[in-house]
Ligand binder design. Sequence first.
Ligand code: PRP
Length: 202
Amino acid sequence: MLTVALPKGRIAEETLEIFRKIFKTPFLFEDRKLIMQEGDFKFLMVRNQDIPVYVMNGAADIGVVGLDVLEEHKPDVLRLLDLKIGKCRVCVGVKEGEELDYNVSELKVATKMANISRNYFSAKATPLKIIKLYGSIELAPLVGLSDVIVDVVETGATMKKNGLKVAETIMHSSAHLIANKNSFIIKKDEIISLYEKIKTRI
Ligand code: PRP
């Protein structure tokens, strides 16, 4: 039995679709249910940012999570495979009509991704103030909370709708399959077998 942590939303659905095709099983969560057991798998429906916590602590053997989350939190897990779904970018966003100005005494950056932001801007030698938010990041520059944002851009619709534009791209991201290090020893055959099956499907 393998426990798999999936991020709520489209990536969970696309991952389950891969599993359905491989195992010919209609893996399906009941409405609002956060756990599902079917065949040799138990699936957990988890918030994106929380996936590494479940996998690192062994509450899940494997998980699916964005590269952006892995880079932000650097969890002690094994990175097995790029699933090539959930593709997006981590970008610096500024107000439409403005440019990203590094010659300021302090650049105020609103973001969920404090570490990625700090790393990126440290190379630019600009004094930084990170304003840590948990969502609706695009709002921050509109009300003067920050000069810029660092956030995930998928279609670009959220930025556009809120009068922002991409100034710079920090990194590209997609969903990755990760494993708990201990599970990878104890359940090595199961995990490798699943890895091989998924690999031929992507
Ligand atoms: C992300 C991100 C943006 C939006 C970008 O939020 O924070 O707001 O998606 O997508 P777009 O470029 O296609 O408009 P998400 O919906 O993942 O929610 P979250 O804030 O809970 O992470």
